[in-house]
Design a protein around this ligand. Structure first.
Ligand code: RIB
Ligand code: CA
Length: 310
């Protein structure tokens, strides 16, 4: 029986790949997609999520409007230089018209899914953690209905927004701290080191392109993202961060877990948004499963197999 899954996302090129992977994985039943601010503004991420559901023929999946801003401190942080001004590598206008969001907030939709599910629900949080933090804070009565929260975010070593902070956590450090220190819900973190280590090269991208029309569209979205990665990291390989995290959400055990006490630096110094590990991880540090990928080819094969399985 497919396990229920909620995806909280900020599409985003790698979010688009992750969404298709989840929708094409028989182990899970995507019960809701919630789109929040992040790579681009909240209106654009919501429209992008709606277009991706239409592109994959999954207009049955409820779409929710997630957070439009961070939990505490308003801060306009975007990643158009990575994902394109439209968030989908310039391809948004070529996609089908978006699925309309359901009335009400994305968090209310997440809560309804948890209330109605016959078994605990996995939440894949692959953008800023604002919606998931609000859900945990507003509905403590529902935490027992959450099987696991799988987060793409954090950087145990160097960041990608600052030297110490990764984009999703840096976009809303207070929300990330709130989720990572929740002590009655299993939380797994797929950090930047792991996702950068699973970067996909030319052959992988060519196989994606040739698979089917949806994968050809994903490859078109990836093209400018690939140019950014080539320039930033000096090699022809793209880190599909969110797809790596969604692989773990749909197939637990694909990555290797190391329980690690974690908190998030929420001050306004240069380390803001850093994920702090170890016993000195600060107030509230609790063990989070930090996930690594000892077998990168296996991860890349598993992601490609699912994406091209239509
Ligand atoms: O740092 C990578 C993360 O930030 C990914 O989720 C990407 O989509 C952006 O949201
Ligand atoms: Ca994302």
């Amino acid at each position: 029986m497919p396990r229920p899954l909620i995806i909280d996302t900020d599409p985003g090129v790698d979010d688009a790949v992750a969404l298709v992977l989840a929708l094409r994985s028989p182990e899970v039943d995507v019960r809701a997609v919630v789109a929040s601010f992040g790579n681009v503004g909240p209106d654009a991420t919501l429209a992008n999520a709606g277009r991706l559901l239409a592109l994959t023929g999954r207009t049955d999946v409820p779409l929710g409007a997630g957070a439009a801003r961070p939990l505490v401190h308003r801060r306009e942080q975007r990643a158009g230089h990575v994902h394109g001004d439209d968030g989908l590598g310039g391809r948004a206008s070529s996609l089908p018209d978006p699925v309309a969001p359901v009335p009400g907030s994305g968090v209310a939709l997440m809560a309804r899914v948890l209330e109605e599910a016959a078994e605990p629900v996995t939440i894949a949080s692959i953008g800023p953690l604002t919606d998931t933090a609000i859900l945990l804070a507003a509905r403590p009565d529902l935490t027992g209905r959450i099987a696991r929260v799988v987060v793409m975010g954090g950087a145990i070593g160097g960041g990608n927004v600052t030297t110490s902070a990764e984009f999703n956590v840096h976009a809303d450090p207070e929300a990330a701290h709130r989720v990572l220190t929740q002590d009655d819900v299993p939380v797994a973190l797929v950090p930047l080191e792991t996702t950068l280590g699973c970067a996909a090269g030319p052959e992988w991208l060519a196989a994606l392109h040739d698979a089917d029309p949806v994968c050809t569209e994903l490859a078109a979205m990836i093209a400018p993202y690939r140019d950014f990665y080539r320039g930033r990291y000096g090699r022809d390989a793209v880190a599909l961060h969110d797809a790596t995290a969604l692989l773990e959400a749909v197939a637990p055990g694909s990555l290797t877990a190391t329980p690690t006490p974690l908190t998030v630096e929420c001050g306004f110094g240069p380390a803001r948004g850093a994920t702090v590990t170890g016993p000195g991880g600060g107030a509230g540090a609790r063990p989070v499963d930090v996930l690594s990928a000892p077998d990168v080819p296996a991860v890349l094969d598993a992601v490609l197999r699912r994406l091209t399985s239509a």
